[in-house]
Design a protein around this ligand. Structure first.
Ligand SMILES: CC(C)(COP(=O)(O)OP(=O)(O)OC[C@H]1O[C@@H](n2cnc3c(N)ncnc32)[C@H](O)[C@@H]1OP(=O)(O)O)[C@@H](O)C(=O)NCCC(=O)NCCS
Length: 175
């Protein structure tokens, strides 16, 4: 029986498991990373998120990939100087040439062994591109466990919402 969660392949490339491109990027926050309130600037976190997601997109697609959109970037807790931030990223879903990368941001004190807390999440869409910057096909992602399958299913919901929103705005502009 076909797994209903693994969407029909949008090209003939062989599938690639989620674990093959999962990536973690870690960074200690310093005074250089702060905003006027003395906590870490959201843009610093967004850069790390984009970097980690970009590594996953490049690894999954086996070549260059560009950020097409970043949505649902949520900041749950302030990040402080001296926090060791871990940015966990994985490919949740693939289309023909696009990939949704899910990112979880965790923070812990650099010199304490207290558990890390979740400080943010984000979903980014990357498009794999060829040498001319044109979209190229990506291997279908193959979820490996129940959590991957849940993320894959939820990514499909976000994908259909993104498409519906773009279509509705285009229609309202009379395009
Ligand atoms: C992303 C880009 C390659 C898309 O090119 P395009 O000519 O519009 O190509 P398409 O319409 O075929 O889109 C390619 C894929 O990206 C997806 N996509 C494009 N724009 C998107 C957006 N805003 N949000 C989500 N997905 C998007 C499409 O749905 C399509 O997915 P699919 O192939 O899996 O069905 C192009 O817009 C681009 O180069 N953007 C600049 C990227 C960049 O420089 N990023 C860094 C920012 S500093």
């Amino acid at each position: 029986m076909t797994d209903p969660v693994i969407s029909r392949p949008e090209n003939d490339l062989p599938g690639k498991p989620t674990g093959a491109s999962r990536t973690t990027l870690s960074h200690i926050m310093t005074q250089n990373d702060t905003n006027l309130m003395g906590t870490v600037h959201g843009g610093v976190i967004m850069k790390l998120v984009d970097d980690a997601a970009g590594a996953v997109a490049g690894r999954h697609s086996g070549g260059p990939a560009v950020t097409a959109s970043m949505d649902e970037m949520v900041f749950l807790e302030p990040v402080k100087v001296g926090d060791l931030v871990h940015v966990h990223a994985q490919c949740n879903w693939t289309g023909r040439s696009s990939m949704e990368i899910g990112v979880k941001v965790m923070a812990e004190r650099w010199n304490e062994s207290t558990p890390a807390t979740r400080v943010g999440t984000a979903y980014l869409v990357f498009a794999a591109v060829d040498d001319n910057g044109k979209p190229r096909p990506v291997p279908p992602v193959v979820p490996e466990n129940d959590e991957d399958r849940r993320r894959h299913q939820e990514a499909q919901i976000r994908r259909s919402h993104r498409l519906a929103r773009r279509r509705a705005i285009k229609e309202s502009r009379g395009a």
